[in-house]
Design a protein around this ligand. Structure first.
Ligand SMILES: Cc1ncc(COP(=O)(O)O)c(C=O)c1O
Length: 326
């Protein structure tokens, strides 16, 4: 089996966490019948090349989206595209297509790959430019779209819950690089992910420079805690804590509100996590995954919680048939 690391994860705290660190992400097979959208054309993977002078590669200068396809429907395509254009606006990148043209290109890519269920990676790079940082030497942004299968975590973790650590790598300060921008520069998150992998795990909670919980390396975080009357409340950090405005997160909040579950967004500390009754993570690729242990502390009874299961069922119901595309 291939491993994420070239050395064994010897620091794993228990056997299940070692299993958890086994990667399930596999590089996309270079199937000749696959098609990648690249700057207006659908090309085989072997021809889907960007230049070594592209600033997306040289500097991580670009933006992207990860989008799910459920039963032939592109889940929240409109919302993903709006976030992409907002990220581009924030980094002063002019996407060379209208939002409608990009939606059409995305649909064409999904159809060309006959993808009924899977994952879309839509990237816009700054484009080819001179070797210096100067972004405006780049003549034209490059747009590429990959439509493929994805399995982020082993199925076993969805059933029994995952173990995470809090990372010593703090989430980007918004004054340095806003975590609201879904940019192609993920080094901050990658450094935290390496810490998780070194601990034999697959995810890490990232704190912001003030010490409050921001999010995980590729997912938003939720906990369930009782209010003063003992009623369970769903909580997720506010955006100002350094969280990406997750589309799965917003979907889960809406589903909870519809079910009459109170939702609050206070600043959360590690103590709030350690003493939570339930915890789960959300993300397009991860969907909803329960967390049952943080930094060696069992969450609740150490099993995925009831509210987590309830929201997971509601989410699966939403995306199963006729998933909203707006
Ligand atoms: C850092 C980070 N936070 C949160 C998320 C979850 O966002 P979404 O639900 O829109 O996929 C992602 C997913 O890409 C992410 O990379």
């Amino acid at each position: 089996m291939t491993t994420l690391s070239n050395k064994p994860a010897t620091t794993a705290s228990d056997a299940s966490s070692t299993a958890a660190a086994s990667p399930v992400e596999t590089p996309s097979a270079q199937h000749a019948d696959k098609r990648i959208y690249l700057d207006g054309k659908l090309v085989p993977p072997g021809e889907a090349m960007v230049s070594v002078f592209d600033h997306g590669l040289l500097y991580g200068d670009g933006v992207f989206e990860g989008i799910r396809v459920y039963n032939n429907r592109i889940f929240k395509l409109g919302t993903h595209l709006r976030r992409l254009y907002e990220s581009a606006q924030a980094i002063r990148l002019d996407i060379p297509l209208s939002i409608e043209e990009l939606a059409t290109a995305t649909r064409q890519t999904v159809q060309a790959n006959k993808l009924t269920d899977g994952y879309i990676r839509l990237c816009v790079t700054r484009g080819v430019g001179a070797l210096g940082l100067h972004p405006f030497t780049c003549a034209k942004p490059s747009v590429f779209i990959i439509a493929d299968k994805i399995t982020l975590y082993p199925e076993e973790l969805y059933k029994n819950g995952m173990t995470v650590i809090t990372s010593s790598v703090m989430r980007n300060h918004p004054g340095a690089l806003s975590p609201r921008i879904k940019s192609m520069n993920y080094l901050n998150n990658i450094l935290a992910k390496i810490e998780a992998i070194d601990a034999g795990l697959l995810e890490a909670v990232m704190l912001n420079p003030q010490g409050y919980v921001a999010e995980c390396t590729g997912d938003n975080i939720f906990i369930v805690r009782p209010d003063p009357t003992g009623k369970p409340v769903l909580m997720t950090p506010p955006l100002h804590a350094g969280a990406l405005e997750g589309i799965t997160m917003n979907t889960v909040i809406a589903l909870a509100q519809k079910a009459g579950i109170p939702v609050t967004r206070p600043d959360l500390t590690k103590h709030d996590l350690y003493t939570a009754d339930e915890m789960f993570l959300t993300g397009t690729a991860a969907e909803i995954i329960p967390v049952t242990k943080v930094d060696g502390r069992a969450i609740g009874n150490g099993q995925p919680g009831l509210m987590t299961k309830r929201l997971l069922e509601a989410f699966q119901g939403l995306v199963k048939n006729n998933a909203p595309e707006d």
